[in-house]
Design a protein around this ligand. Structure first.
Ligand code: ADP
Length: 450
């Protein structure tokens, strides 16, 4: 069901129920109020009639000032025995009623519903005694007297009905107003899905805060998706680009060998070239696989307490073995325990030390220190090599990024991405400070044990 329909229907239901309740209340309370008012009015009308009625020589006398009909109320004067003295009956059936004091009677004559009120006229006789000399009977056709009230009652019903109609129309207008932007969001999402165009964004400049938040959240999600998609595209094209070169070299060597090589020496040379390229290809593939496993959390992180000193020392010894630039590694290692995956941290440390050696001049020095600070363990790898510009620094953690001056060195621009991801998996981080031609300081910061 659409939201607009849902809101309209519920609103209609609520206003309808309210209108019915209103109608019941109007009917009940207006009947009570009308009754109360009519009875009060009929009583009031005969209040001063005693001034116009007297008894002279045993006869009831009605003065000319007596008003027989006023405000739809008809009055007759009866003597003490209940016989008509003055006035005329609006309905004969009313003449048969015995006078009854203090109450307003409701008499149904068949056609008309009458309210009847009898008021006794009490006066002193010649002996000074109080006695009833006559009755004034006031009669009114209930329908006549209450017609004004009824009109008011019906007007209230019409009002209640009008409220239902108006509020239903307003509800449908408002719900459309709310739903329209949501529809737009849906349409844009649909369009993105169909056209596979992640560059589209949802526009909303309306009044509703929640919808604005929804649109912003969607746009942020699209930003992220687009960025990830672009990165994925870039990544795939970088991988194929990196693999293309060694494969092309291998292919060329194979073709050359088949056509031209006759002696063993040349053959060995070709095999050596092929072997180097295969190693390179293999290295790219394994780094690439490692990064994608780290990205997809497909790697099992096996945490254990270790003294990072041991890891750093072992990495440095191995790196020294492969170093043909005679770099001096100066170590200053404190005991620093941390809960880490040994294999992964070893890879991260190796990448940093390897880079420091790679980007140092021949016979240079690399300072490696390990310290505990504020509950963290900080491994600092400082070289005095080529360093990097601010611009390069911004990109070194991007996949396959290599600064121009690094193009000729071995490496595919994946090492720092892997290192940063490993640090992240350990709730740590990698920072860098660098100055061109002066060197770089990389820090691997991991949470230490207390
Ligand atoms: P690579 O395998 O190319 O070294 P990395 O991801 O480890 O890839 O590094 C990315 C880029 O960052 C390098 O190509 C290089 O330009 C720069 N870089 C990394 N470490 C250093 C360093 N110690 N000194 C200067 N530049 C560095």
């Amino acid at each position: 069901m659409s939201i607009a329909k849902y809101i309209s229907m519920h609103f209609l239901g609520i206003t309808f129920a309210t209108a019915v309740l209103m109608a019941v209340f109007i009917t009940y309370f207006s009947d009570v109020a009308i009754d109360y008012d009519l009875k009060k009015q009929i009583r009031r009308e005969s209040r001063y009639d005693y001034l116009n009625i007297g008894k002279v020589n045993g006869e009831v006398q009605v003065s000319d000032n007596f008003v027989y009909e006023d405000n739809e109320i008809i009055k007759v004067v009866l003597d003490a025995e209940g016989n008509l003295v003055a006035g005329s009956w609006p309905d004969v059936s009313l003449s048969e009623l015995r006078p009854v004091m203090k109450i307003v009677r409701e008499i149904d004559s068949g056609k008309v519903h009458y309210l009847v009120y009898d008021r006794s006229i009490v006066k002193r006789d010649e002996t000074g005694r109080q006695q009833v000399i006559a009755y004034v009977r006031s009669m009114v056709d209930r329908a006549e007297l209450s017609s004004g009230y009824r009109a008011l009652k019906y007007a209230s019903y019409i009002c209640a009905g009008a409220i239902v109609v108006v509020s239903t129309i307003l509800a449908s207008i408002f719900s459309r107003h709310i739903v329209e932007p949501i529809k737009q969001i849906c349409q844009t999402s649909e369009k993105i899905g169909l056209e596979q165009d992640l560059s589209q964004r949802i526009e909303y400049d309306g009044t509703f805060q929640e919808i604005e938040i929804l649109a912003q959240a969607n746009n942020r999600m699209l930003d992220r998706l687009e960025e990830m998609f672009e990165r994925q595209k870039q990544f795939s094209s970088d991988v194929s680009h990196e693999l293309k070169t060694p494969v092309a070299v291998i292919m060329a060597q194979c073709q050359y060998a088949r056509k031209h090589i006759q002696d063993k020496k040349e053959f060995d040379e070709a095999i050596t070239v092929i072997e180097r390229q295969v190693k390179k290809t293999n290295a790219i593939i394994s780094q690439f696989l490692q990064l994608s496993r780290l990205d997809q959390n497909r790697i099992h992180v096996d945490l254990e307490y270790v003294d990072l000193r041991d890891i750093v020392e072992e990495v440095c010894e191995n790196e020294k073995l492969n170093d043909d630039k005679n770099i001096r590694l100066r170590l200053s290692l404190e005991k620093a325990e941390a809960k880490v995956d040994i294999g992964l941290i070893m890879t991260a440390v190796r990448n940093l030390v390897n880079n420091a050696i790679k980007y140092s001049e021949k016979d240079g020095t690399v300072d490696i220190s390990l310290k505990k600070a504020d509950g963290s363990v900080v491994l600092t790898v400082q070289d005095h090599g080529c360093g990097m510009s601010e611009d390069v620094k911004k990109h070194i953690f991007d996949r396959f990024y290599r600064a121009d001056e690094a193009r000729n060195s071995e490496g595919f621009g994946l090492g720092l991405s892997i290192t940063a991801r490993i640090a992240q998996l350990h709730s740590g981080r990698v920072t860098v400070e660098s100055e061109e031609k002066k060197g770089s300081i990389f820090r691997l910061i991991l949470p230490g044990t207390l």
